[in-house]
Design a protein around this ligand. Structure first.
Ligand SMILES: O=P(O)(O)OC[C@H](O)CO
Ligand SMILES: [Mg+2]
Length: 241
């Protein structure tokens, strides 16, 4: 559980780290929000953060079904049609994806210290490639990447599938989940990681209702605030390195 002051109540000796991608390492959640607002405006409806919270982190088709059902537009637009409609907009936005604050610093630090790191995202391969094309050097530091359309990921977050597949593929895996720290921004992702038995640091968007932070072991405003030594990980060489 998270402390109100953001402190750690569950310390563990972490040996491996799993990163979420959208909204955690890459500032891509804003693209989904933008296109969903455009689509809903056509139906004279508005997109809000309670709906956003239910969609984020999920596989595309799972999020699409929630979108059309919760907004009540399902009779006019199916989940499949919604995905087609938003695709051309997303394809032009994703290549402009930027890193979230502290993402590069933390990935490079853990890699340099020999901590095995990997990615576990709901994004499918085609979107992953568009989003990361300007950041291929940084993402190449991941030992492996597990995508939403991976055959081992039967169900999206909050199912533990993507995190269990990620734990299995480390050298000498499966790694004991108690030794794994997951970084997530989405409520479904935090729950998925807990369902897999790992510890979770949540870095939520400030617009997300704070009641949705409750399952995380630690809640931070930014990756820049992460202190590796609190989790038994090597500290940064200098406070700003
Ligand atoms: O947050 P991720 O990386 O699991 O991505 C999930 C979707 O693609 C976006 O919410
Ligand atoms: Mg995410």
């Amino acid at each position: 559980m998270a402390n109100p002051d953001g402190g750690v109540s569950v310390k563990g000796h972490i040996t491996h780290v799993i990163f979420d991608m959208d909204g955690l390492l890459l500032d891509t959640e804003k693209f989904y929000t933008e296109v969903q607002e455009i689509i809903l405006a056509r139906f004279n409806k508005t997109f809000d953060w309670s709906l956003k919270a239910k969609m984020m982190g999920k596989k595309a088709i799972e999020a699409a079904r929630i979108f059309v059902e919760e907004t009540g537009i399902g009779n006019s637009l199916t989940a499949e049609q919604f995905l087609v409609e938003r695709e051309s907009m997303l394809q032009s936005l994703f290549p402009t994806s930027e890193l979230m604050p502290g993402a590069s610093r933390l990935i490079k630090h853990l890699h340099a210290k020999g901590i095995p790191i990997c990615l576990a995202t709901g994004s499918h391969k085609r979107h992953f490639e568009l989003k990361t094309q300007r950041h291929s050097e940084l993402f190449s530091l991941m030992h492996h990447v597990v995508l939403g359309d991976d055959p081992d990921v039967k169900k999206g977050k909050p199912s533990p599938d993507v995190f269990l597949a990620a734990a299995k593929r480390f050298e000498g895996g499966p790694v004991n989940p108690q030794k794994i720290l997951v970084f997530e921004d989405a409520p479904s992702g935090v729950l998925g990681a807990k369902n897999a038995g790992t510890s979770v640091v949540m870095v939520p968007d400030p617009r997300l209702d704070s009641s949705l932070h409750k399952d995380a072991d630690q809640v931070l405003n930014s990756l820049l605030d992460f202190k590796p030594s609190e989790w038994g990980l090597p500290p940064f060489d200098t406070p700003t390195s």
